[in-house]
Design a protein around this ligand. Structure first.
Ligand code: ZN
Length: 148
């Protein structure tokens, strides 16, 4: 089952289309020390994340998966924003991103290009697409913590 892609310009800003067409950091991460994956059955989106967490920092991150433009753009933007950043910062970005999509919070500077996904907040079905990779990230980071 799949949800038709809505035809709303505000949902498909240039940044989103660019990342959906040419996703960044897609592939396998050699030497990853944790891995998580998930899917959004409503839309059929699938995301798997490889993470290398060293000394409290996301030293490497790669994703695999398939899905709608929103889910692919979200994970591509996630990897670009968080690679090389401290885990604590990733937690802050995650919280800000969720607040923007589920509570209508205004995006702060910490979100960077992820702000492009703000329009998704108006489309509850699409919010699940955008949040999928963040839920996978949370699981992955928890696994890294347990492994460390
Ligand atoms: Zn989707």
């Amino acid at each position: 089952m799949s949800v038709p892609e809505p035809q709303f310009d505000e949902l498909y800003r240039e940044v989103i289309l660019d990342h959906a067409r040419r996703p960044r950091n897609k592939g396998v991460l050699e030497g990853a020390n944790c891995h998580a994956e998930g899917m959004n059955p409503v839309c059929g989106d699938e995301v798997a994340l490889d993470l290398l967490v060293e000394e409290g920092r996301i030293a490497g991150i790669r994703f695999r998966g398939q899905g709608c433009s929103i889910s692919v753009a979200s994970v591509s933007l996630l990897t670009e924003r968080l690679e090389g950043r401290p885990v604590a910062e990733a937690e802050q970005v995650m919280a800000a991103f969720k607040a923007m999509l589920t509570e209508g919070a205004q995006p702060g500077r910490e979100l960077g290009d992820l702000e492009a996904l703000q329009g998704v907040a108006k489309f509850p079905v699409r919010v699940k697409c955008a949040l999928l990779c963040w839920n996978v990230l949370r699981e992955g980071l928890q696994q890294c913590e347990t492994a460390a």
